[in-house]
Design a protein around this ligand. Structure first.
Ligand code: SAM
Ligand code: SF4
Length: 331
């Protein structure tokens, strides 16, 4: 019998994001502009067996959506093996992975064969120069090949994440929407959040979800999708003219959706984070590596989740950017 995991605001936790590595081969300026900090000792990182055990426990508590992320999750050797193990866990209904797409052209089919249900690929620009400036790598064509390979492998519906930053790629919003129509993709336009290691975020760089919506709407009228939003991060739209593809807008900064949040995160070194912007972490790794029984681990998780933050408070005078960046926390 599956249990339930609730916080003190009555929100049920259904969605676990697992960062499988804090390493990355890209240098996105909104995430890891100066590269990773010195590598933590390997023994602090969760092994595949530990991740599998943690996911099994969370699934027994009602978590049914798992997303593997990072850092770049495909840098973790044999990630396909972890996918296969997690897919077999009772209660896991939806297994997804977020990637920068670098390794996808060769491995999309392996991921599908291992049991991956869905994939999200990051793509901030369709222009080689802008792509290079934003990600620190000159591999736009390779990422596009990865998107096409994921489609061929049947990982549809494919989501494409694009962080929109004023003065960098906000002039491409309509082009990206056109790309979604042409290739039948679910584009996700994301507001820039203060989670960059360079601490360069400023409110002026944020292009609001509303502005993104309006700009697309001028060229391609949008209709809100008649779907229950629930705890979803994106508000979703279809094209009024019936074209394929979908637009999603993740307005975490200007239209926070914390009230319906069902997510928690597990970092690569085994820390539970109850919010992207948490100021504290909880070492599930230490508890799992102690002689704690399964019941004791469960009771620890209940206690941690109970204390999930009400919301992120970006914009409030008291807001403090977390020490860890998106690449560490797992986006
Ligand atoms: N490396 C993989 C990738 O880039 O898809 C997975 C990890 S990455 C941290 C997950 C998502 O977080 C990406 O889509 C990325 O664009 C997004 N992201 C990273 N830093 C962000 C920021 N400061 N604000 C908003 N989104 C961010
Ligand atoms: Fe790497 Fe993803 Fe962060 Fe870019 S957003 S630096 S690809 S972890």
């Amino acid at each position: 019998m599956l249990g339930t995991l609730k916080d003190s605001y009555g929100r049920q936790i259904r969605d676990l994001r697992v960062s499988v590595t804090d390493r990355c081969n890209f240098r996105c300026f909104y995430c890891l502009p100066h590269g990773e900090p010195p590598m933590a000792p390997k023994e602090q990182m969760l092994t595949f067996e530990e991740i599998e055990r943690a996911v099994e426990i969370f699934a027994s508590l009602g978590v049914n959506k798992i997303r593997l992320t990072g850092g770049e999750p495909m840098l973790r050797r044999d990630i396909e093996k972890l996918v296969a193990k997690i897919k077999n866990i009772e209660g896991v209904e939806d297994l997804a992975l977020t990637t920068n797409g670098y390794f996808l052209s060769e491995r999309a089919q392996n991921l599908k064969d291992a049991g991956l249900d869905r994939i999200t690929i990051s793509l901030d620009s369709l222009r080689p120069e802008t792509f290079k400036r934003m990600t620190g790598t000159d591999v736009l064509d390779r990422v596009l090949e990865g998107i096409y390979a994921a489609k061929r492998a049947g990982l549809a519906p494919i989501k494409v994440n694009s962080v929109i930053v004023r003065g960098h790629n906000d002039d491409e919003i309509v082009e990206m929407a056109r790309f979604a129509r042409e290739h039948n993709l679910a584009m996700r336009f994301i507001e820039f959040m203060p989670l960059d290691s360079g601490h360069d975020w400023s409110r002026a760089m944020v292009v609001s979800g509303r502005e993104i919506r309006e700009r697309i709407n001028e060229c391609f009228p949008l209709v809100a999708k008649a779907v229950e939003r629930g705890s979803e991060t994106a508000s979703r739209f279809r094209f009024a003219d019936g074209a394929r593809g979908e637009i999603g807008i993740i307005a975490s900064v200007t239209e926070p959706f914390c009230g319906a949040c069902s997510r928690i995160r597990l970092t690569a070194d085994g820390q539970i984070r109850t919010c992207l912007f948490s100021k504290v972490e909880h070492s599930l790794r230490d508890v799992m590596r102690s002689d704690a029984s399964r019941d004791e681990i469960i009771s620890y998780i209940h206690g941690v989740v109970w204390r999930k933050e009400k919301g992120h408070n970006i914009g409030a005078p008291t807001f403090i950017q977390p020490q860890r960046t998106m690449s560490f926390i797992g986006g």
